[in-house]
Design a protein around this ligand. Structure first.
Ligand code: ZN
Length: 298
């Protein structure tokens, strides 16, 4: 049974009407997985991360200012959410979920957090709906485990994992791969260990070829002991922010390809659902569900 990490707070965030962020999708995805037969015992509920643990890895001043609501207006505008106590609890719980997925994947082979992928969060600031970089913190946490000396962060969200790349830059034991839209947010890119910028209009064939190639190269050259996978679905043709033309079948094939390659290499994978932006929440949830199908989690 593959552990699925979820807490109701993932969807409990009050946002202004017509806000771009599809906060309802997390609870709806949970409901759909239960309807598909996911067992209650399969779900693990994270508790909010103790912020003192984050302060060691990130800028203590940034973290404490966020927790206490002292981040200035311009920096919050860059994050894209109004500050609230709810936002703090949601952020700390979601980040804890990705860290927990990482730990559980070591024993169980795979684990999936029903949120996560805050790859635009840097050492001392956030951007693009990302406040605290869960992928980076999970990699650091995995590296404290005896059998784990090298962690691969494989980011397939349509937006470049710029924060992750910058945070992991000086860590030889964290390898970052980002397969993303060349002409899309963030417009100032950072340098990952492998970057695969793809043009607007990229469809299934080119996309899958590049994902397969970059994953193979990363596994063969870096020889990781564990993989953190950002399975963003904003690569889909109907996504409002993506500019790719990948189909439902393409997303399923990508997720299967990643899990199968990691299985063959004997690598544990912790996945996060990543980005996905379309107003039709049901259609969006159906896309995120493909990750769980590919993992044979339900
Ligand atoms: Zn994205």
């Amino acid at each position: 049974m593959i552990p699925l990490i979820f807490a109701p707070i993932y969807s409990q965030l009050e946002l202004p009407a017509r806000h771009r962020f599809p906060v309802a999708k997390y609870q709806q995805l949970y409901n759909q997985l239960v309807a598909r037969g996911a067992k209650p015992a399969q779900f693990v509920r994270p508790v909010p991360l103790d912020y003192r643990r984050i302060e060691d890895a990130l800028c203590p001043r940034y973290v404490s200012r966020f927790i206490n609501g002292e981040i200035d207006r311009e920096a919050m505008r860059r994050i894209g959410f109004p500050w609230s106590e709810q936002l703090v609890e949601r952020t700390l719980t979601a980040v804890a979920g990705t860290i927990l997925a990482g730990v559980l994947s070591l024993d169980r082979g795979k684990a999936i957090n029903l949120t996560g992928g805050y790859h635009h969060a840097f050492y001392d600031y956030g951007a693009g709906f990302c406040i605290i970089n869960d992928l980076y913190l999970s990699a650091l946490n995995l590296l404290t485990k005896p059998a784990i000396n090298r962690v691969l962060i494989f980011d397939c969200d349509v937006h470049q994992g710029d924060g992750t790349a910058a945070l992991a830059q000086d860590h030889e034991d964290i390898f970052t791969v980002s397969v993303h839209g060349e002409k899309n947010f963030p417009f100032r890119k950072q340098v990952s260990d492998i970057d695969v910028p793809l043009p607007k209009g990229t469809g299934d064939d080119l996309y899958l070829e590049k994902v397969e190639q970059s994953l193979r190269m990363a596994v063969n050259t870096f020889k990781p002991d564990a993989v953190i996978y950002d399975a963003g679905v904003d690569i889909h043709c109907d996504d409002d922010l993506g500019h790719f033309e990948v189909s439902n079948e393409g997303i399923l094939a990508r997720d299967q390809l990643v899990f199968e390659a990691c299985d063959r290499a004997g690598l544990p994978v912790s996945a996060v659902i990543g980005g996905g932006y379309q107003r039709d929440i049901q259609a969006l949830v159906n896309l995120h569900e493909l990750l769980f199908q590919a993992a044979k989690a339900v």
